[in-house]
Design a protein around this ligand. Structure first.
Ligand SMILES: Cc1ncc(COP(=O)(O)O)c(C=O)c1O
Ligand SMILES: [Zn+2]
Length: 396
């Protein structure tokens, strides 16, 4: 595991030390402070010999996403078995794969980012962590904090899926339900953190959640034989996975671990009831506007303004991808279709990606032969209340 060389600001490129816990850039001359990227000296890892070491020494704690320990910070992992999730080939579409992130501990991809954030929090000796969450980040933080013996303070909207509320409680977190959306929860954490002594691990306000999520980029490339697909579909709220995967592609190219070729087109998928990134992309804007009255049953996509919107929009443009909105009606139609025809119980967020795939294929934006990876970011089992209601099922 490499030592961190420095943290780099995504806006002004200032370099900060990782010797003490950092949040956002302290050097940005104007505007909102930039999110920080973790940088290493990767030169000793360049070439295929180093790549072949990935996956050796299976077994705790180096299984799952920790197979990429060579490109993760040098700290003792807090692990519950996250990562190395199945890459399922569609039964019906030959070029289509589904990355099944519902197989992670706590049933969502949030496990990756929070495993690393909590690993580093323990490494730095932090004792109290706080997070605003649409639901799944809360469950993941609560689990990893419990495993590390650290306090978790969680703020989530009152209408989160029941599973997120129950799991956070069961893991012993301090849970506050808020009448509002995730941005209201973030405001409360911001107002109280200093007095309470909380370290804020909100999306992109510390550097390690992105670093954990970047393992999705390494994994999808390795699982496709160290080759890029043509496109990646990512259900986007705060956009951490998209940003993390793009960072992985930068590193993979620097390392010479990926066969040279065109990077995948990146597609950010949102619900038409909360689509600030789609609106900004369609207008050619460099940042999004706060979305008023966000409304979607895909709770992870109910993010009215992503802190890293400027990075997301940059990536979509650089990759030749786009931002796409799908209706909740199409989300649940696709969820039913994939459950009945492919045997996969998607989260509503994952079903946004499958619905968008159908939409873009129908529009001729993608061909049947295009190799496409869709992210099912969570298990449908975390949404039984939400899905029952959408399908008109009465609890037995
Ligand atoms: C299942 C699921 N998918 C997607 C998202 C959006 O993730 P991100 O904030 O990284 O864009 C979330 C966030 O809560 C989620 O829980
Ligand atoms: Zn800066």
């Amino acid at each position: 595991m490499p030592a961190i060389a420095y943290l780099e600001c995504s806006r002004c490129h200032a370099r900060l030390s990782a010797d003490t816990p950092q949040t956002l850039c302290t050097q940005c001359p104007e505007g909102p402070a930039g999110a920080l990227y973790v940088r290493y000296d990767l030169s000793p890892l360049i070439g295929s010999a180093a790549k072949d070491v990935v996956g050796e020494r299976p077994g705790t704690p180096w299984s799952g996403m920790w197979r990429y320990r060579a490109v993760l910070p040098d700290a003792a992992p807090v692990s519950l078995g996250e990562g190395w999730t199945p890459m399922l080939r569609s039964k019906r579409h030959p070029g289509l794969w589904l990355k099944e992130e519902g197989a992670n501990p706590t049933g969502s991809f949030k496990a990756r980012g929070l495993a690393l954030a909590v690993t580093m929090a323990r490494h730095y000796g932090l004792r109290k962590l706080a997070v605003p969450s649409a639901g799944n980040a809360a469950g993941a933080l609560a689990a990893y904090a419990a495993a590390a013996g650290i306090e978790a303070h969680i703020f989530m909207p009152r209408d989160v899926p029941l599973a997120n509320y129950v799991e956070a409680h069961a893991y012993g977190a301090h849970v506050t339900l808020v009448d509002g959306v995730i941005s209201d929860c973030a405001r409360i954490v911001g107002e109280r953190k200093q007095a309470e002594g909380w370290f804020d691990i909100s999306t992109l306000k510390e550097p390690f959640r992105v670093e954990g999520k970047k393992t999705m980029g390494y994994e999808l490339v390795e699982q496709l034989g160290w080759e890029y697909p043509d496109a990646v579909f990512y259900p986007t709220g705060g956009g951490v996975g998209l940003i993390g995967m793009w960072k992985a592609f930068d590193e993979l190219e620097q390392l010479g671990w990926v066969k040279p070729g065109k990077r995948p087109r990146m597609f950010a998928i949102q619900s038409s009831g909360c689509a600030p990134v789609v609106e900004a992309f369609d207008q050619g804007a460099v940042a999004s506007q706060m979305w008023r009255n966000p409304e979607t049953a895909a709770s992870g996509l109910r993010v009215p303004k992503a802190y890293g919107d400027y990075i997301i929009l940059d990536i979509l443009k650089a990759s030749g991808g786009m931002a796409v909105a799908v209706s909740d009606q199409d989300i649940f139609a696709s969820l039913r279709d994939w459950a009945a025809s492919e045997g996969v119980f998607l989260s509503p967020e994952g079903a946004a990606a499958t619905a968008a795939y159908t939409q873009l294929r129908d529009a001729g934006e993608l061909k049947a032969s295009d190799r496409v990876v869709l992210f099912n970011t969570g298990s449908g089992l975390k949404y039984t209340d939400v899905i029952a209601s959408a399908l008109g099922l009465q609890p037995p």
